[in-house]
Unconditional design. Sequence first.
Length: 396
Amino acid sequence: MPTKTLSEFSRQLKDIAKDLSFLATPRYPLVELTKLFPEHKGFLSELSDVSTPFNIDLDEKRKLIDHYLKRLEHSDIPEYLKKIFTGRAQDYYLITQMMESFGKPSFYDLCTKLYGSSNNSQKSTSLSSFVEQINKICPEDLSHNFYAGEDALLYLKNKLSDTFDQKHFEVKASTSLLSDASAGRKTFKLNLQKKYSENQLNIFLAHEGWAHLGTSINGSLQEDHPWLGTWTPRITSLQEGLAVLCEIISGHMTKARWNKIILRHLATSMAEKGSSIKDVHSFLRHNQLEDLDAFKVTLRIFRGVPIEGGMSFTKELLYLHGLIKILKHLDLYKPELKSFWIGKISFEEHSLLHLNTDLLQKNVFYFPKELESTEAKQKLESLRFIVNETFKNDFE
């Protein structure tokens, strides 16, 4: 297959994905939320109202997707790549529908198609056993050093430089209101409004830096397969599972951090089962999350869905579900851990590449050396054993 053809379809996928995001600018029913949470009126004033339109012509975007799929169907691209590209284009189509449905019940239905639901994926009573076993291997945060502002940025830049060439990334202050750290295509962002312990920064390093930023950089360097550098919703489960896995096997996952992941999971499930936004916030506060942190997590859980309860933004389930799934995937296909760093891929895409190409073996440019240590490999094997013994065949 001509490289030009593959590059063309990859580039068009990237064009389709442009502006298809409801995550960058949080939108909420601000009048209702201000009445429910008057103590957070100042914070809410920085957010956009749910009535704010998305600056994109969704009908034109869908026409572009339809045209792309028709051309793809009649192309000479190998079937495994055609399957990958088709799935990604269909994801983007769903995103256009979600943007139209933002703040409405139909948003939740579309959300579950992309990210799943606690109602149909959390069938196992073994989940609590798994959670407890992971908690036992997580240390307390015993950091003596704390960083804020430019010192925190410099710490992360120096740590990232141990893995990545500085020409391929930058570290800068974040404007995000809902998260402490995030990673984009080649940028690591940190919220400078807080002071962080050294271990908290190491958690961000492993999660946002090694996993999210690392796969983005590697994907952007795939000249023959540029689609590997393109975002799509279907990569989220693998990405979040991989990021949490990095935290654990590097030794940076603390009991406090693991507890927050589990609380977010439980709170998302509560919202799906009928708890209102006020109930979810109260649950998080009751479990010792600081008030503003609890409020931010609550807002993430109710992103795009009505706040009365019975629905949630189920992407928040994927930190735990993704971790379990990546461990079972490793056991099934026996790939090297390094192969997940090829770029931005889903579990299905990783399987297709594993079975049809040698791309996963030779095209990973950056991989954290800390994850190649004997200790990290031993922890990974322990996790695989825990998952297989705990779940057997009872987790989807």
